[in-house]
Write a protein that binds this ligand. Structure first.
Ligand code: GLU
Length: 307
């Protein structure tokens, strides 16, 4: 994997758990434009580390939609499913540094624990000082201690997080033997030499955890920009779970136009019917991150599913 030191190397990292929907197109569009308008590279990573939830068919569809939308990535696609060796090495380093501990707790035993804003369990610390007698390790967790993480997000402003109360000792190796998303992202971003992460604000709660892992592993922290996420009328993030319509390869122009509007770029109305090449020309000449509305969520949905 290339680790040369670019001025700007961004990435888009979809999880192939289903087709690309408008919310992911917004994240792809924002990260692509930010990279291209700063003469940067834009890499693509398939986040299929959670293999049971992912499919190669979904990954193939995502690649086709990105191509149809004119979102051209640099270099080879990185597949997390092929990177477990790198995650294992990182886990060994965390073990050697005494940053992680084995955990025997079952989901049921943790049922009464606190819940982080993104739905993760805030670990009560049961196994932090050692496994209870006779109980085998199921997962590995990183001990966060009393760490506070702060960073300046290029869209959302200053973020300060108290890891103990907002995340707890989080999992790096799951009970099913799969590496956790948080570890995989940190290892991949570092090894790919990603300098800037532009992604949806649904991941804002993960960022302090990722910065903490970067600090534990002694790797650089990229610059972060979290774009607002598109939500439906019920305030739910557009996703497979909320039955958001997939982005159609056959009519990417209107979807891209809607993504630019959603990102506050105010594309002129006369571009609403043009193809993607013309839209990109306009967008690359006019993109301004400062115009992206601040705030984690905004109503939006691209095309009308029935229209
Ligand atoms: N795979 C994650 C998602 O699709 C994105 C991870 C990231 O951008 O860091 O939500």
């Amino acid at each position: 994997m290339t680790t040369a030191n670019p001025v700007y190397r961004g990435r888009f990292a979809p999880s192939p758990t289903g087709p690309l929907h408008f919310g992911s197109l917004v994240a792809a569009t924002g990260s692509y434009l930010e990279a291209r308008t700063r003469s940067g590279e834009w890499r693509l990573r398939m986040e299929d580390v959670d293999a049971p939830r992912c499919s190669t068919a979904a990954a193939g569809k995502i690649l086709r939609v990105l191509e149809a939308c004119g979102l051209e990535w640099d270099g080879e696609v990185v597949w997390q499913s092929q990177r477990t060796q790198a995650y294992a090495v990182a886990l060994e380093r965390l073990k050697a540094a005494g940053r992680v501990f084995p955990c025997a707790c079952t989901r049921k035993e943790l049922a009464d624990s606190g819940i982080a804003p993104d739905g993760a369990t805030i670990y009560p610390g049961t196994c932090r000082q050692g496994l209870p007698a006779g109980r085998p390790a199921r997962a590995w967790r990183v001990a966060v201690g009393n760490t506070r993480v702060s960073f300046d997000d290029a869209v959302q402003g200053r973020i300060i997080s108290d890891l103990a109360s907002e995340a707890g000792d989080f999992i790096v190796l799951r009970a099913d033997g799969l590496f956790a998303y948080q570890l995989a992202v940190v290892v991949d971003d570092a090894e790919t030499g990603i300098t800037h992460v532009v992604r949806g604000a649904d991941l804002l709660a993960s960022t302090p955890r990722q910065i903490f892992l970067q600090q534990c592993l002694g790797v650089p922290t990229p610059v972060y920009a979290h774009l607002p996420v598109a939500v439906n009328a019920a305030g739910e993030k557009l996703s497979k779970q909320t039955r958001a319509p997939p982005v159609e390869c056959s009519r990417p122009g209107p979807e891209l136009f809607a993504a630019l509007e959603f990102l506050g770029q105010q594309p002129p109305l006369e571009l609403s019917g043009v193809g993607v090449a013309e839209l990109w020309t306009w967008a690359k000449a006019n993109w301004q991150l400062a115009r992206v509305p601040r705030g984690p969520a905004l109503p939006g949905g691209g095309r009308n599913p029935s229209g």
